[in-house]
Ligand binder design. Structure first.
Ligand SMILES: Nc1ncnc2c1ncn2[C@@H]1O[C@H](COP(=O)(O)OP(=O)(O)OP(=O)(O)O)[C@@H](O)[C@H]1O
Length: 576
C-alpha cells in the first residue's frame, strides 16, 4: 500500500478541500471597534463580565436554542421527510451576500477580509427557517442534560462569562448558541488567557469544542488597533483551515478583526499556488505548506505574532513534510532569550506517546490538558461491524445500506482515491446519489463537493483520510469504514480510527460507526483497534435490512445504549 501526502503534507494520499460548518442563528449587531487585547491583562483573574446580550442560559426554543447535534437526533427521528439541516454558518453572510458592516472581499487575495466569511460557499439562504422550534427544544434539553453530567466531556460548572472573555466575544458565542462551555473550554480558556501567556498542549475528545478554545484565545490576544498579523493557526488540510477561519470570522463578528485564509489558490497557469499578494490580516489560518511559503517569501510578516496554534497537532508534528513546514514557520517567529516569544498552542483529540514527547519540545513549559487512554473514545458513538462475505460483497452491503445512510448524512472511508472512485461508480450504477471526494480531484470540484455535502444536497460522501480530522458537519450521523484505517506502515491505526468515527457524534449528538470486515486481516485490524480503545464493536447481521435499520435507528433515537467497556466476545466467521 502506498501512502502519499498531499501538497500540504496530509498523510494517506488524498489532498485538500475546503469547507466550514457550525450551527448558529443570525444576529444583526454591527461590529464594535474595541480592542480585546487591551483587556487581556484582566484575564489572569477570570471573573464574570456583563454580557449585555441575551442570557446564555436562555434556552427557550424561541430564544434560539442549540443547533449543535440537531440533525443527528432530528434526522433519525424525522425520517427521510425531514427538513433540511441547519448548519454551515447560517446567518453568516456568504460569498456575494452583503453583510452588516459592509465589508468587501478583496479580489484574488486568498481569503482575506475584515470579518469576512469563507468565500466559495453559495448557500446564502437562511436555513434557520427550516428547523422547527420543537426540534430545537428537544436538542437543547438533550445537550443541557449532557452538560450537567460530570462524566461527560461537555460538562462544565462554569459559564462563558466566568472565563475571562471580552463582551464582544461573549456576544459572538451567544449568537452561535454556545450557552455553556464544554469541559475542555472551561479548563483551557483560563490557562490560555492568563498573563503572562503560557504555552498549552490540549487534548479532548473529537467534537468537544477545541476550535472555540483556541479561536477565542486568538481573538482575545489580537490588538485590533494594530494592522499586522498577530495570530497564526495551522491545520493539516485546506478544508479544515477554511472551517476554522469560518469559526474565527463568526466568533469575531462583533470585533473588527481582519482574517486571511492561507490555502493554495489557482494560478494563471492552472496550477495551485500559495497566494501571491501579501497580507497583514490580524489572524491567519492556513495549511502549513502555504503558510510556510508566505512567511518565507515575506508575504506574512511574523514579527508581531502573539499566538501560534497547531490544530490536529499530533498529525502536524508526526508526518514528515507537515512537521518540517510547521517548524519552518515556528522557527521564523521572534525569539527572546532563545525562546519563541509567541504563545504556542497545540490541540488534538489524540497525542500518541512519541508525539507527546516531541510536542513538549515544540511547546516548552506548557500547561497541559490530557486524556487518559480510557477517555479517548466518544461514548455517544455506537460502534458496529458487519461480516461481509468477501471484499467485493462490501459494495452490495453498502448499496443495501444506502437507505439507512441517507436518513441523515454519512461518510464512507476507504484507503485510496481509486477505491473511493470505484465505490462511488458502483453506487451510481445502482442509481444511488453519492459523491467521491479525494485529492485527485481538482480544487474547484473538491470545493463544490464539500459544499454540496455540507448543504445536505449530497447525503453520502465516499472519501479517504482527507476528511478524517477536524471536519465538523453536525448532521453526519453515520460513518462507514469500508477499509479499516492503517498507519504509514500499514498497521491498524487507532488514532485515525478515532478521528474518522469522530466525524459523527459531534458535541453530544448520537452517532453510528460501521466497520466492514471481509477477511481475517480486516478482522484482526478491527480487533486490534477495539482492544486499544477498549470499547466493544458489536456485530450487526448483514442479511436482514430491516433489523439493520432498526438497530441503527434505536441507537440514534437513544432507545438503546450499546456502550460499555471491553472487547466484543463474538468472533467473525473470517476468524473461525
Ligand atoms: N460550548 C459550546 N456549546 C455548544 N456547541 C458548541 C460549543 N463548543 C463547540 N460547539 C460545537 O460543537 C461542535 C464541535 O466543535 P469542534 O469542531 O470545535 O470540535 P473539536 O473538539 O475541535 O473536534 P475534532 O477533534 O473533531 O476536531 C461544533 O459544531 C461547534 O460549533
Amino acid at each position: 500500500m502506498s501512502f502519499k501526502k498531499d501538497e500540504d503534507g496530509f498523510v494517506t494520499g488524498p489532498a485538500a478541500n475546503q469547507g466550514s460548518a457550525f450551527a448558529f442563528r443570525p444576529a444583526n449587531a454591527a461590529p464594535t471597534q474595541s480592542s480585546l487585547a487591551s483587556r487581556v491583562g484582566q484575564f489572569s483573574q477570570p471573573q464574570a463580565q456583563g454580557l449585555g446580550a441575551s442570557s446564555p442560559t436562555a434556552t427557550s426554543p424561541t430564544a434560539g436554542s442549540g443547533a449543535q447535534g440537531l440533525s443527528v437526533f432530528g434526522a433519525a427521528a424525522r425520517g427521510s421527510g425531514a427538513p433540511a439541516p441547519m448548519f454551515g454558518g447560517a446567518g453568516v453572510p456568504q460569498q456575494g451576500v452583503p453583510k452588516a458592516g459592509g465589508a468587501q472581499r478583496p479580489p484574488q487575495q486568498g481569503l482575506e477580509g475584515r470579518n469576512q466569511p469563507v468565500p466559495g460557499r453559495g448557500d446564502a439562504e437562511d436555513r434557520n427557517n427550516l428547523v422547527s422550534t420543537l426540534q430545537d427544544y428537544e436538542v437543547q434539553v438533550t445537550l443541557a442534560d449532557q452538560q450537567a453530567d460530570p462524566n461527560s466531556p461537555l460538562y462544565s460548572i462554569k459559564r462563558f462569562q466566568d472565563l475571562g472573555l471580552a463582551p464582544e466575544l461573549l456576544q459572538g458565542l451567544t449568537m452561535m448558541n454556545f450557552f455553556k462551555p464544554s469541559k475542555v473550554q472551561e479548563r483551557a480558556l483560563p490557562l490560555l488567557l492568563q498573563n503572562p501567556p503560557r504555552n498549552l498542549i490540549g487534548q479532548s475528545q473529537s467534537g468537544t469544542g477545541k476550535t472555540a478554545a483556541f479561536t477565542l484565545t486568538m481573538l482575545s490576544r489580537v490588538d485590533f488597533a494594530v494592522d499586522a498579523t498577530q495570530a497564526i493557526c495551522m491545520a493539516p488540510t485546506r478544508e479544515l483551515a477554511r472551517q476554522i477561519l469560518d469559526v474565527v470570522v463568526t466568533m469575531g463578528k462583533f470585533t473588527p478583526v481582519t482574517t486571511f485564509c492561507a490555502v493554495p489558490e489557482m494560478g494563471a497557469d492552472g496550477k495551485m499556488h500559495a497566494p501571491s499578494a501579501p497580507t497583514k490580516a490580524q489572524i491567519v489560518v492556513g495549511t502549513p505548506g502555504t503558510v510556510a511559503n508566505m512567511v518565507k517569501y515575506k508575504k506574512i510578516d511574523v514579527s508581531q505574532v502573539q499566538v501560534f496554534v497547531l490544530d490536529e497537532a499530533d498529525n502536524m508534528l508526526d508526518a514528515g513534510a507537515l512537521n518540517d513546514q510547521c517548524l519552518e514557520v515556528k522557527n521564523r517567529l521572534p525569539k527572546e532569550n532563545g525562546k519563541t516569544k509567541a504563545q504556542i498552542v497545540l490541540f488534538s483529540a489524540t497525542f500518541p506517546d512519541e508525539v507527546r514527547m516531541y510536542a513538549d519540545k515544540i511547546a516548552p513549559e506548557a500547561n497541559k490538558i490530557e486524556l487518559k487512554k480510557e477517555e479517548l473514545s466518544v461514548a455517544n458513538i455506537a460502534q458496529f461491524y458487519m461480516d461481509c462475505k468477501d471484499a467485493e460483497s462490501r459494495n452490495d452491503i453498502l448499496a443495501e445500506l444506502y437507505g439507512i445512510l441517507t436518513v441523515g448524512q454519512s461518510i464512507v472511508f476507504c484507503d485510496t482515491r481509486a477505491v473511493a472512485d470505484s465505490i462511488a461508480d458502483r453506487m451510481r450504477d445502482d442509481y444511488h446519489k453519492v459523491a467521491a471526494l479525494h485529492g485527485a480531484k481538482d480544487a474547484a470540484a473538491r470545493d463544490a463537493l464539500i459544499d454540496s455535502f455540507r448543504d445536505g444536497k449530497t447525503k453520502v460522501l465516499i472519501t479517504t483520510n482527507v476528511m478524517a480530522r477536524g471536519i465538523d458537519i453536525p448532521q453526519v450521523n453515520m460513518i462507514v469504514n469500508y477499509d479499516m484505517p492503517k498507519d504509514a506502515s500499514g498497521r491498524p491505526d487507532a488514532e485515525t480510527y478515532l478521528h474518522r468515527i469522530g466525524r459523527t457524534g459531534r458535541f453530544g449528538a448520537k452517532g453510528v460507526a460501521i466497520n466492514f470486515v471481509h477477511d481475517l486481516k480486516s478482522w484482526n485490524e478491527m480487533r486490534q483497534i477495539e482492544r486499544v480503545l477498549n470499547r466493544p464493536i458489536i456485530r450487526v447481521e448483514t442479511d436482514d435490512i430491516d433489523l439493520m435499520e432498526k438497530t441503527f435507528n434505536d441507537v440514534l433515537k437513544k432507545k438503546v445504549e450499546v456502550q460499555s467497556t471491553g472487547v466484543n466476545r463474538e468472533v467473525s466467521s473470517h476468524a473461525k
